[in-house]
Design a binder for this molecule. Structure first.
Ligand code: MG
Ligand code: MG
Length: 289
């Protein structure tokens, strides 16, 4: 699950509406650093998410429904004493999210609702995103995979997006700031001729699925006017990095179900995500098996 940056704009900004007189800047919740004990719990949460992904990955084949994949993930999460973090997730003006996973096919980017009547076909690409809550802490991870055989050009989109995630992970070390992570992802993706999605971002994760800081997958020269905040990385920070990459233009739109986000031009897209922890040295990937 991603963070929709539009929801966190200061009141009025970008809407042609005069912002309120005070406060001049939006109030942001404080950054929550995790203790070693909390990180150990988040690592367990991440392991459970990775196992749910592994079970889905083994089940993916032409003819299976995304609803079936959802049940597989939910079972693994509950079997480990955890709870699906997406079920009931609130969104303004929408029904709460109804499922354990987001399942997106081809030009669907994020937040696709799994269905029993939505079947995978040979040659599709499938993005699966899930998160669980374990002992009060959340871990969040996603990937895009082929269904059967796909053309080499499409595999390249998946490879570049996955590599962009690791570019972001490698940049997630002291003394960098979040904007260094954002810029590194953007540079890498654009160098390969693809575009990064603007409206949805990576995000801090911990006791809630979406905490500070936000980590966009790009960093425009207008960041300051947009009142974007770059945060210095600190040991104990935990965040989900999630490059969303389009083969065509960066623009997206939301479908009538108020959840599924697709590329506006119908181009293919990919999405890879890990939850990581910042340390004095290399970051730790929490959502590995
Ligand atoms: Mg996610
Ligand atoms: Mg996420």
């Amino acid at each position: 699950m991603t963070f929709n940056r539009n929801r966190f704009r200061p009141t009025g900004a970008g809407l042609g509406v005069r912002p309120p007189a005070a406060p001049a800047r939006p109030q942001r919740p404080p950054l929550v650093l995790k203790t070693a004990e909390e990180l150990a719990i988040m690592r367990e949460a991440g392991r459970i998410v990775a196992q749910a992904h592994q079970a889905m990955r083994e089940a993916v084949r032409p003819g299976i429904s995304t609803g079936e994949l959802d049940r597989i993930a939910e079972q693994v999460i509950r079997d480990h004493g955890a709870t699906p973090a997406f079920i009931g997730y609130p969104k303004p003006d929408s029904p709460p999210y109804p499922a354990t996973i987001n399942a997106c096919i081809n030009h669907e980017l994020v937040h696709g609702i799994p269905r029993d009547d939505r079947f995978l076909k040979e040659g599709d690409i499938l993005s699966l995103d899930t998160a669980c809550i374990y002992q009060g802490f959340v871990a969040d991870s996603a990937y895009t995979m082929p269904v059967g055989e796909i053309p080499a050009a499409v595999q390249r989109l998946l490879d570049v997006t996955e590599q962009a995630l690791y570019v972001g992970i490698r940049a997630s070390r002291l003394p960098n700031e979040t904007k260094d992570v954002s810029s590194a992802i953007q540079r890498f993706v654009e160098k390969h001729g693809y575009s990064v999605v603007r409206e949805y971002t990576g995000h801090g994760v911990g006791r809630s699925m979406h905490e500070e800081p936000q980590i966009p997958n790009w960093w425009p020269s207008s960041a300051r006017q947009r009142q974007w905040q770059s945060v210095k990385l600190v040991p104990g920070m935990t965040y989900a990095l999630e490059p969303m990459v389009n083969a065509g233009r960066p623009d997206t739109r939301e479908l009538d179900d108020k959840w599924t986000v697709v590329t506006r031009d119908g181009s293919l897209c990919a999405h890879f995500e890990h939850t990581i922890a910042i340390t004095e040295g290399d970051p730790i990937i929490l959502t590995l098996p």
